[in-house]
Design a protein. Sequence first.
Length: 253
Amino acid sequence: MILDFFRLDGKVAMVTGARKGLGRGIAEGLAEAGADIVGVGPIPMPETEKAVRALGRKFLFMDGDLGAKERIPDIIPETVAAMGSVDILVNNAGIIRRADVLEFSEKDWDDVMNVNLRSLFFLSQEAARQMQKQGRGGKIINIASMLSFQGGIRVPSYTASKSAVAGLTKLMANELAVYGIQVNAIAPGYMATDNTEALQKDPVRSREILSRIPAGRWGTPDDLKGAAVFLASSASDYLTGCIVPVDGGWLSR
């Protein structure tokens, strides 16, 4: 039956930035489909753990500051030692800094690029090596953005990082397909999360944004669950190198 292809029973899914927002929603969605969850981040995530365990799935908190390159090589081996494997990696962790181009600082550039891009690549590299060793393929899902397609304003390092995420998704898909590893990305539209709190509270910008979304509302973390489960499951085995917009129709306008 086709629905069986969407099941994730027996899989171990690692989700970075799973403490709240989109990452927590994705982690819960993968657990609902049957996966055990490894949540990676610098701060414990008891709410996510409680939600995952309530579904009868295992949860492991992996302490990891993804802005610090020294930690990344240990995350996958420690996960395998505790959980036995890594079958799915969701690179969700991300930060944003806002300032005009003429005022944007080097620190804000480096901070964003380190978390949004460098850690994504090198954690994916470690995960892919483990998936290759396991010999049964795997799934890597990157979280891109509407700014993987557009320029935006006042977020130069975020735009650069998310444009690069789209390119890296395609490159990794090309190289890792031989190992049975599919690499895709989800590009969320305007989501009601901490990263967009300033926009939501700005009556002018919020009105401008909503006027362009055919669905007529901000997205929520639950809106990403379906796409995440699909891309993490065997239902997407012949899909790789794609950036899937989940945007309420934003790009259609």
